[in-house]
Design a protein around this ligand. Structure first.
Ligand SMILES: *Cc1c(COP(=O)(O)O)cnc(C)c1O
Length: 326
């Protein structure tokens, strides 16, 4: 329905974790979007395949986005733009935070891992002092206007690539696990297009879709509802009826965020260690470790998860981040 600019090796692997399943007494599977084969992996390639195709069709010459300096999205965006011949700009902070939650206590990440890779892929990063997300969004818009004023057809790309076409990417991704018949799917949820895509794909089926929040922001499900309306509208204009989900139709577990976005949590560290020992699979501290911690806690508490999928959204590169003072 929508053209794709091919980036990744799909379908990504889907496999049972036999040792982890035996240890927990749960039929536990993993979807390996850490192994997309593109720019060291991660869920953003799902969105970028559709976004880049759309940008090229519309003659976009430059994109401007924002995020953490250690953003997985910016790394993958920069790589995709490099291939497509599109200029990539990003306004970043070391540790952006939610104004309502305040700045968390955490050592600042140095220029390493995702940050270095983003630059090697050609992204032009503007680094701001730490502040809240709304300030970051404002500067992104200003930068978008500046780049456009140089005469380039410019697209401002919301954080994480969470626009309706990005959610479409995850609606499509869901088809890769349709036939396996999972009872529950867990994954790390943040800017929303992963959640909206999967929740839409499995809406009204026997599959329960559980996002684990990585941001201390309970109201975020209202943004998801807006995105869902956008996805339904986009699909509708191409003759496909999709439900527009309301904010209370997203199952989002907010108990594993810890001190804040991007700040490792004790439960997440324990989950990372546990999975390393059981399966030799690497998680990341910002997203997947927190999501897996949620799954572990629920399994240990005896919650019935049935045939259960952990959708590994990537982030492995963040393991190689070094911090001030360490
Ligand atoms: C971006 C990201 C997520 C969250 O995906 P959204 O679509 O932004 O909610 C989860 N895990 C990793 C590793 C990510 O990079």
């Amino acid at each position: 329905m929508f053209p794709k600019f091919p980036l990744m090796v799909a379908p990504t692997p889907l496999h049972r974790m036999d040792r982890a399943s035996a240890e927990l007494g749960v039929d536990l599977w993993m979807k390996r979007d850490d192994l997309t084969g593109f720019a060291l992996g991660g869920n953003k390639a799902r969105k970028l395949e559709f976004l880049v195709a759309d940008w090229l069709a519309r003659g976009v010459q430059a994109v401007v986005t924002c995020g953490a300096a250690q953003s997985n999205f910016i790394r993958q965006l920069a790589a995709a733009c490099r291939i497509a011949g599109i200029e990539c700009h990003a306004v970043v902070m070391r540790t952006p935070y939610e104004a309502t939650a305040g700045k968390p206590e955490t050592p600042a990440p140095l220029k390493s891992a995702n940050w270095l890779l983003s630059e090697r892929f050609g992204a032009k990063l503007t680094v701001l002092p730490d502040g809240d997300w709304d300030h970051l969004f404002d500067v992104m818009e200003q930068t978008g206007a500046e780049v456009a004023s140089q005469g380039l057809r410019t697209e401002v790309v919301p954080v994480g690539g969470s626009v309706p076409l990005g959610a479409w990417g995850f609606y499509q991704a869901g088809a890769e696990v349709d036939e396996a018949g999972f009872d529950t799917i867990f994954f790390a949820s943040s800017s929303g297009s992963t959640h909206v895509g999967l929740a839409t794909r499995f809406f009204g089926t026997g599959t329960r879709v559980v996002g684990v929040a990585c941001d201390p922001e309970p109201e975020i499900t209202h943004d998801f509802a807006d995105l869902s309306a956008g996805l339904a509208d986009l699909a509708g204009r191409h003759g496909l009826r999709l439900p527009a989900l309301s904010h209370d139709q997203f199952e989002l577990d907010l108990d594993y965020v810890g001190a804040g976005y991007g700040v490792p949590s004790a439960a997440g560290r324990e989950a990372e260690e546990w999975l390393l020992r059981q399966e030799g699979i690497v998680l990341d501290p910002t997203y997947t470790a927190k999501a897996f911690a949620c799954l572990l806690a629920r399994a240990r508490s005896g919650e019935r998860l049935g045939k259960c999928l952990f959708w590994h959204t990537g982030g492995t590169v963040a393991q190689f981040t070094t911090y001030e003072g360490s």
